[in-house]
Write a protein of this length. Structure first.
Length: 239
């Protein structure tokens, strides 16, 4: 993907949307998107920020094809990429265990069981590079994160999630950069936006995009795992 046109085409195809849907979601005119895709024109600052926010990417990767480094303090990982990766030209295809809606209870009971995790089906995720760390795919259940905007997570969406090791919970989570999947011992698996992290008390405040659901606090001592959401797969013809 050596041009902005190819990178944007790749993102559109991966998300399973049309250029019209992208225009409606970002407010960027179809003529501007056409110039980017067909002529490789660079978007202005406002449009590049809108695209980066919509696709959960960096402006630098969109414009120049390079990605700014992740925070080595909070998200440093020691696990090297393995046979879960397949190479295809400049892309990497990562095979990731999937916890679908019907496997929630089984995952909760087998959380620390490596053998159980290995029994989960694996699905491919196409990435622009290999990533280190522990990954899991979670299928969205319910409508608590659906506010009918482009930020929504719809029931049935598949989320690519990266584990945040517990030692990093002691420093403030990057709540302005990521949304999260939280595995709670009683509440189960929840997809939420964290709007506050009280590091001293070890309390996070969880927010649903759907106004029907109220904010609530979670004590991190009752949490088994926290993942940040790094990518999403959605079926075509869905909002």
């Amino acid at each position: 993907m050596d041009s902005i046109a190819k990178r944007l085409e790749y993102l559109i195809d991966k998300k399973g949307i049309t250029a019209y849907e992208l225009s409606s979601s970002t407010g960027i005119s179809q003529s501007t998107l056409s110039r980017i895709i067909n002529k490789g024109s660079k978007p202005n600052l406002k449009n590049s920020e809108a695209l980066a926010k919509y696709f959960h990417i960096t402006k630098d990767w969109l414009i120049n094809g390079s990605s700014e480094k992740e925070d080595s303090n909070q998200y440093a990982e020691v696990n090297e990429p393995s046979s879960n990766y397949l190479k295809s030209e400049s892309l990497s295809i990562m095979q990731v265990p999937l916890v679908n809606q019907y496997a929630y209870a089984g995952y909760m009971s087998g959380l620390a069981d490596t053998e159980y995790i290995e029994t989960l089906p694996k699905i491919p995720f196409v990435l622009d590079k290999e990533y280190k760390g522990e990954y899991l795919c979670i299928e969205v259940k319910g409508d608590s994160m659906d506010d009918e905007s482009h930020q929504s997570y719809l029931e049935g969406d598949i989320l690519l999630c990266r584990n945040i090791r517990k030692e990093y919970w002691k420093s403030k989570l990057h709540i302005n950069k990521w949304d999260f999947v939280i595995v709670h011992r009683e509440k189960g698996i929840v997809v939420k936006r964290i709007i506050k992290h009280d590091v001293e008390k070890g309390i996070i405040t969880c927010h649903s995009l759907n106004d029907y659901y109220k904010d609530f606090e979670i004590d991190l001592r009752d949490v088994s795992k926290i993942f940040n959401i790094v990518d999403i797969q959605r079926k075509r013809n869905r909002r």
